[in-house]
Structures are given as C-alpha cells and as structure tokens.
Design a protein around this ligand. Structure first.
Ligand SMILES: NC(=O)c1ccc[n+]([C@@H]2O[C@H](COP(=O)([O-])OP(=O)(O)OC[C@H]3O[C@@H](n4cnc5c(N)ncnc54)[C@H](OP(=O)(O)O)[C@@H]3O)[C@@H](O)[C@H]2O)c1
Length: 261
C-alpha cells in the first residue's frame, strides 16, 4: 500500500529560505501548509509547489505576531509531521546611527522570538497528543556569535536556540523532536537589506537542503557554512581581541525600508 503523504507547515514560506524549503518538500510530494504576509508572493510559491508535485498546498496570510490562524490551518491540513519555524526579519544599525533603535529592537524580538514561541505553543500540544512530529527552528549564526550591528536580531536568534534546546530535552520521550539550525549568510530578500560583506554566502536552496537534512535526522544543533560554523561555536569563549580581529570585516548597516511593518 502506498505511504500517505507527509505534511509540513512552513512559516515565512513566501520568500527566500522558506520558499526554497517548500519547493524541496513539494518535489518529494509532501502536503504543505504555507504561511507568510504577502499574498501575491505566497500564492506564487504555492503554484510552484503544485507544479513540482506537492500532494496538496494550503496557505494562510497573516502576521505571526497574531499566530491564531495556525490553528485553523492545522484543522484544515491535520497535525503536521514537520513544522518549520522559519519566519523572521532583520533589523539593526542604520548608517547614521551608532546602535539599533528601540522600536526596531522591539519589532525584531517580537517577530523572531516571541511570535515563534507563541506559534510553537499552538503546534506542540497537537504533536504531543499524537506522539510524533519534528520541529525545526531556523535561528542564525548570529545567535551564537552576536553581531555588533544587530543586537536585537542576535538576541532573538540566541533566544530561539535556548528555547529550542530546552524544549528538545523536555520533550525527549514524547515522540516530538526539536532541531535548531543556524545558517550563515544566505541569498534572499533579507540578505539584500544587509549592507556589508557576506562571506561564504550560500543560495537559498542549499540552505533549505541543509535545514531539511537536520530535521530529517533530528539533529540537536547544526549550522553552516563549514568555515563559519565552528568559528561561531567557539566565539563566545575566544578572547575579545581575537574575536574583534576576525569579525571586523563583517561590520554592516541595514538598508532603510519604505515601511516599518
Ligand atoms: N538570509 C540570511 O542570510 C539568513 C541568515 C541566517 C538566518 N536567517 C533566517 O532565515 C529565516 C528566513 O530568512 P530569509 O533570508 O529567507 O528572509 P526573507 O526572504 O526576508 O523571508 C522572511 C520570511 O518571513 C516572513 N515574515 C517576516 N515577518 C513576518 C511576520 N511578522 N509575520 C509573518 N511572516 C513574516 C516573510 O513574509 P512576507 O515576506 O510575506 O512578509 C518571509 O516569508 C529568518 O528567520 C532569518 O532570520 C537568514
């Protein structure tokens, strides 16, 4: 008898890494539930997924800071086998300022950390009740090696690492696995907002492949690319001067957006 299609819920699927993850799963005939804010872009990704062979594609457009529509989405598609918590924003220092603004800090932490935690609180009880499921949290190398030009972004990603690793241990015997992945520089619309060097940048499809491999193997904490991952892991222990020397070429500013959404 043919295996039933597996179901994945991917947040931030309208763009960049999330869209690439959706396309990879579609090509393996998964059923997909995709979320984002921009309807045109999300519908375009859903059409690509259908064309690539997704068993079924459902979508919802909403701001993850009000994550309740996830519940209706799960009612529609069922409890996901894989939940990819990927949505996020970058903000940080503008060219004219010494540090991030308070408003930008709040927005980044609310979207990247608070909304991710609140969304998990909707998804996890259903997975726990079923006794199976895999979660992958898309963090960042910045969560291990904080960026002086994006303090709130770094803090939000560090929070996601701690939250994910904590949950993983707590849910060890529940049948629900939690993986945390820390990408380095990845080509995406978010990358276009980062004005500075982006060494060892990979394309979004490569990032998607690595993130999905971590989830498939229920890896605890992984990161890429290879040259930056060990450096990020050890940066917290390395002498400050050494750290500063190796990261001085990575200083950046954030491009101004038209709207602060
Ligand atoms: N690109 C990199 O170099 C890099 C490196 C490390 C980690 N990451 C992480 O990877 C993840 C994906 O980033 P990306 O590079 O693919 O960026 P991206 O192309 O800008 O995509 C971000 C996604 O998040 C969604 N999103 C943002 N704010 C949202 C909100 N308030 N509510 C709902 N959805 C929201 C966006 O939806 P709409 O566009 O529809 O608003 C979009 O689908 C992020 O968590 C990011 O921090 C990226």
């Amino acid at each position: 008898m043919a295996k039933p299609p597996r179901t994945a819920l991917v947040t931030g699927a309208s763009s960049g890494i999330g869209a690439a993850i959706a396309r990879r799963l579609a090509a393996q005939n998964w059923s997909l539930a995709l979320t984002g804010r921009n309807r045109d872009r999300l519908e375009a990704v859903a059409r690509q997924c259908d064309a690539l062979g997704a068993h079924r594609t459902a979508l919802r457009c909403f701001d993850m800071r009000e994550p309740a529509p996830l519940t209706a989405l799960m009612d529609e598609i069922g409890v996901p086998d894989l939940y990819v918590s990927n949505h996020g924003v970058l903000d940080g220092r503008r060219a004219e300022a010494p540090v991030d603004s308070g408003a930008a800090d709040r927005r980044v932490i609310e979207i990247n950390l608070v909304s991710s935690v609140e969304a998990l609180q909707l998804v996890l009880p259903r997975m726990q009740q079923r006794g199976s499921g895999q979660v992958v949290l898309v963090s960042s190398l910045a969560g291990l090696s904080p960026l002086p030009d994006a303090a709130a972004y770094s803090a939000s990603k560090a929070g996601l690492i701690a939250y994910g690793l904590s949950l993983r241990e707590a849910l060890r015997s529940s049948g629900v696995g939690i993986s945390v992945v820390c990408p380095g520089y990845v080509e995406s619309p978010m990358a276009d907002e980062h004005l500075g060097e982006r060494p060892y940048q990979v394309d979004a499809d490569t990032a998607a492949r690595k993130i999905l491999a971590s989830a498939a193997n229920n890896r605890r904490l992984t990161g890429f690319p290879a040259p930056l991952w060990p450096a990020a892991l050890f940066s917290i222990l390395s002498p400050e001067r050494l750290n500063r020397f190796f990261t001085k070429g990575l200083r950046f500013t954030v491009a101004k957006r038209d709207e602060a959404d």
